[in-house]
Design a protein around this ligand. Structure first.
Ligand code: FES
Length: 101
């Protein structure tokens, strides 16, 4: 299973998020109280940029139409049938990496 480096973890302080393109995919990376989380960066609603949303606590609000997802699981906050793909995040040598299956 390849481990893909996404960003220097120091560039993602607690409470922030970023969009990162790597390995031909768009990822949304989040730091919630020092814990890193990675979701597919494409919103499951209509393709909005989840890495450019607003992060409050562990919930991101998509900038396009306001869907709210829990960044630790990808789960939609109101509709349990909707879930963004989440990836295992890991910090190696200061780099936030994502584990691709
Ligand atoms: S594209 Fe994200 S809420 Fe519509």
């Amino acid at each position: 299973m390849p481990l893909i480096p996404l960003i220097d973890s120091a560039e993602l302080p607690p409470g922030t998020c970023r969009e990162v393109v790597a390995a031909g995919k768009v990822f949304a990376v989040y730091n919630v109280d020092g814990q890193f989380h990675v979701l597919d960066g494409i919103c499951p609603h209509a393709g909005g940029p989840l890495g450019k949303g607003t992060l409050r606590g562990d919930v991101v609000t998509c900038p396009w139409h306001g869907w709210q997802l829990n960044v630790t699981t990808g789960q939609h906050c109101l509709n349990s049938r909707i879930c963004a793909v989440s990836y295992r995040a890991e910090v190696q040598n200061g780099q936030l990496c994502v584990q691709l299956d």
